[in-house]
Design a protein around this ligand. Structure first.
Ligand SMILES: Nc1ncnc2c1ncn2[C@@H]1O[C@H](COP(=O)(O)OP(=O)(O)OP(=O)(O)O)[C@@H](O)[C@H]1O
Ligand SMILES: [Mg+2]
Length: 390
């Protein structure tokens, strides 16, 4: 059985504070932006060089011209992975042998060069100022990024894995120790699972050997669990404020961290599950089974939320992600807005524009297949707006 923690239950609504007040809590402000990007053989781009504005960048072009691919290259540069393709190799241009992404960031007057390259069938190399990282994970969190693609209600509809990835990705950007624990946990989990497979295939069982993995897995799982629970306590109120601001609605939204690890006798349950683990050849209990449940008026958002409510929920999650990363790192994450003008209704677009005009965000990248619409919508804003045609 999963134990649920309901972290906050007060209603949100029209009286929710505007999102600008949430972000103003941050005191430190480090200006960080992407000045330039070069691509070689990345997705549909054979070769591309773009210089960006430190304020607003509009990436415009017809369908299939490479707008999302350019956003994804920026995402890759910040997080060393695509927001879309699960397999790194899929980002190499068809029939190509490698891809290369090279970006120049300016941070407090200093330039930094990030170069990421991947050869087909080879290992990914990530360099910071021409020096390869020993561990690629060291790069995560240095150049924070948030992507909002309003079509992306996968987060609501998919399995727990998608939601876990979302929260893991966010926690990793705000807390390096979390990422280290997660990498450690996943490594031990992989080894434990292959041992279970080996036992099954070779018809034997070595309790002591399995125990050597258990004693590594359980404490790491416990740490991850505490970090997730602690993080949610901060995240949920920020999320609820954004939801109230965006939707102007009175419905109560909730975000519940569900985990078996909350159970007092979890250690016992874990060892009791050994027989099942052996049959299924995988570890059936632990933080890799946690989920984050989305609710609206106490019902599952996935089943009972309208499309608009689901979109607002996802955007509020992403805006809250922006805030917590900003608060933790003191840097405004790059914000990638993919197709928002196409997919959102006027009310939500106006809310986002309101936030942009309050100077809530740092560097912005907005894609649109209809440049005239973007020009009109962004017309009243101050700051530099650059248009890039794909
Ligand atoms: N590895 C790859 N090699 C070559 N082309 C690719 C690769 N991956 C994706 N593409 C192609 O890149 C093109 C650009 O896709 P992208 O999603 O960036 O378009 P878009 O401008 O965002 O379009 P839309 O307006 O429909 O969202 C598509 O034709 C896609 O099939
Ligand atoms: Mg696109």
């Amino acid at each position: 059985m999963h134990i649920r923690i309901r972290l906050h239950t007060y209603p949100s609504g029209n009286d929710a504070a505007p999102a600008r007040e949430i972000t103003e809590k941050t005191t430190t402000r480090k200006r960080m932006f992407l000045q330039k990007i070069n691509l070689l053989n990345f997705k549909n781009y054979e070769e591309l060089t773009v210089k960006f504005s430190e304020d607003i960048n509009c990436i415009v072009g017809p369908n299939g011209s490479g707008k999302t691919s350019l956003l994804d290259a920026i995402h890759y540069l910040c997080l060393t992975k695509s927001a879309l393709s699960v397999l790194d190799g899929q980002n190499i241009k068809h029939h190509g042998e490698f891809f290369l992404i090279d970006g120049t960031f300016l941070e407090e007057g200093k330039k930094h060069q990030i170069t990421i390259s991947l050869k087909a069938g080879g290992r990914k190399v990530v360099m910071h100022d021409k020096k390869a990282y020993e561990k690629i994970s060291e790069h995560i969190g240095r150049y924070p990024v948030v992507l909002i693609a309003p079509d992306d209600t996968d987060l609501v509809r998919d399995s727990g894995e998608t939601r876990r990835k979302f929260f893991d990705n966010m926690l990793s950007q705000v807390d390096h120790a979390y990422l280290d624990n997660l990498i450690g946990y996943n490594n031990v989990l992989k080894q434990r699972n292959s041992l279970l497979k080996q036992f099954f295939e070779r018809h034997y069982f070595d309790k002591e050997l399995l125990e050597t993995y258990n004693v590594q897995l359980l404490p790491l799982g416990d740490l991850i669990h505490r970090q997730r629970a602690g993080f949610m306590r901060e995240f949920v109120p920020v999320f609820r404020q954004h939801y109230g601001f965006l939707s102007e609605s009175r419905e109560e939204v909730d975000l519940i961290y569900e985990s078996e690890v909350f159970e007092e006798n979890f250690q016992y349950e874990f060892s009791y599950a050994t027989r099942r683990d052996l049959q299924l050849q995988r570890t059936t209990k632990g933080v890799h089974k946690d989920d984050f449940v989305f609710e609206i008026d106490r019902f599952a958002l996935r089943k009972f939320g309208s499309q608009g409510q689901q979109k607002s929920f996802v955007i509020a999650l992403k805006l809250a992600q922006f805030d917590v990363i900003r608060q933790a790192t003191g840097k405004k994450p790059l914000l990638l807005l993919d197709d928002i003008f196409d997919k959102l209704d006027d009310m939500r677009i106006n809310k986002l524009l309101e936030m942009i005009s309050y100077d809530t965000f740092g560097q912005l990248f907005i894609t649109d297949a209809r440049p005239e619409r973007t020009r009109q919508l962004l017309g009243q804003l101050s700051g530099e707006i650059l248009f890039h045609k794909t």
